[in-house]
Every structure is written in structure tokens, then in C-alpha cells.
Design a protein around this ligand. Structure first.
Ligand SMILES: Cc1cc2nc3c(=O)[nH]c(=O)nc-3n(C[C@H](O)[C@H](O)[C@H](O)COP(=O)(O)O)c2cc1C
Length: 176
């Protein structure tokens, strides 16, 4: 098998521009007897999969602190972020951060945390989990979604080459 320089491979993967999502669930097992704890992580591995049935996927690093919570979970919410949400993206990508004390949220299906602020939100039931090397691929069936993009005229947050961008910047570069 060919060995790759991991930095070069990371750079190559980061040349694929993506949106940014925050995936949330409830951790029922963190402290026995304690109420379920909301967990969140930033993920740009999100992708739509299927219209019928409605499926989407994302992948989680098995070393993430919240991995066990997602391993046990039945439901999750995927929030596609808008361009004003870099701070919460960074917060939810920080290990050991208190991700919910300053982030307004409310309970969604089966109590899963729904951020008050988002571009688009999908509430899902986990349908499949697949091995994906050092990650696990999670496929969710969309049970409900809320697309605020048109009504609020927000733009999605874009991630490309390890940095955040806005669609407006991309458009202005394309149009010269
Ligand atoms: C833009 C961006 C995208 C990310 N995408 C993923 C991803 O798809 N899967 C993943 O496991 N980690 C991803 N990460 C890293 C996690 O968000 C980060 O390691 C997080 O702290 C993991 O959760 P934990 O705090 O429970 O360990 C991403 C980070 C950033 C900034």
C-alpha cells in the first residue's frame, strides 16, 4: 500500500470546499443517574446522500471526546451554519470547551439540542454506522428539517484550505 505524507494528504483534502455544520446529540451515559448532557461538534464531512429515503451522512473521529455519545445516540441534529457563525464553529471544534453555556439552544426531537441560530437544520435518526478508518461514518434519516436560508437571506459559512470564507467572497472572485 502506498504511504502518503499526511500533511500533503490533509492539504489535498482541504482543497475541497465545504460548508460547515455543528452536529448535536444528547449524551445519556456520561454520568450514571445524571440528566442527559447536550454535546456538539463541528463537522465539515457532512453530505447529502439520498432523497428517497431522505438520508445524509457525516463522519466522526473516533478520538473525539463526544464519540461515545454519538456511538450510543439514536438521534442527532445537523446544523448547517451561516456566515456569521465562525465563533460557534470554533467553539464546537475545541476539545474541553463548554459548548452550551453561551450558545442558546432548545430541545428538539427526543430532547436533542437544537441551536437557536442556524442556516439550515436537519433532525435525524441514525440509520447506519460504517467503519471509516480512524473515523466512523454516520448515516442519518432526515425526520424533519428547517431551511431558513431563503426567508432570512443568510449565506452559508464556507470552509476551504483550512480557513473560513463567505459565498460573497467566492462570487466576487469568480465575477472578477
Ligand atoms: C471546520 C471544521 C470541520 C471539522 N470537521 C470534522 C469532521 O467532519 N469530523 C470530525 O470528527 N471532526 C471534525 N472537526 C474537528 C472537531 O470539530 C473537533 O475535534 C471537536 O473538538 C471534536 O469534538 P470533542 O470536542 O468532543 O472532542 C472539524 C473542525 C473544524 C474547525
Amino acid at each position: 500500500m502506498q504511504e502518503f505524507d499526511s500533511r500533503a494528504l490533509r492539504d489535498a483534502f482541504s482543497g475541497f470546499s465545504t460548508g460547515v455544520t455543528i452536529i448535536t446529540t444528547l449524551d445519556s451515559d456520561s454520568v450514571p443517574g445524571a440528566p442527559p448532557r447536550p454535546v456538539a461538534m463541528t463537522a465539515n464531512s457532512f453530505s447529502s446522500v439520498s432523497m428517497d429515503p431522505p438520508l445524509l451522512l457525516w463522519s466522526i473521529d473516533k478520538r473525539a471526546q463526544c464519540f461515545n455519545a454519538f456511538k450510543q445516540a439514536r438521534y442527532f441534529a445537523a446544523h448547517v451554519l451561516h456566515s456569521g457563525q465562525q465563533a460557534v464553529s470554533n467553539l464546537c471544534a475545541t476539545r474541553d470547551a463548554d459548548k452550551f453555556s453561551d450558545t442558546p439552544w432548545h430541545a428538539g426531537l427526543s430532547g436533542i439540542p437544537i441551536l437557536d441560530e442556524y442556516h439550515i437544520c436537519f433532525q435525524c435518526e441514525i440509520e447506519h454506522r460504517y467503519a471509516g478508518g480512524d473515523h466512523q461514518i454516520i448515516v442519518g434519516r432526515v425526520l424533519s428539517f428547517d431551511n431558513r436560508a431563503t426567508a432570512r437571506q443568510t449565506e452559508p459559512l464556507v470552509f476551504y484550505q483550512g480557513k473560513y470564507h463567505e459565498v460573497a467572497q467566492v462570487q466576487s472572485r469568480v465575477s472578477g
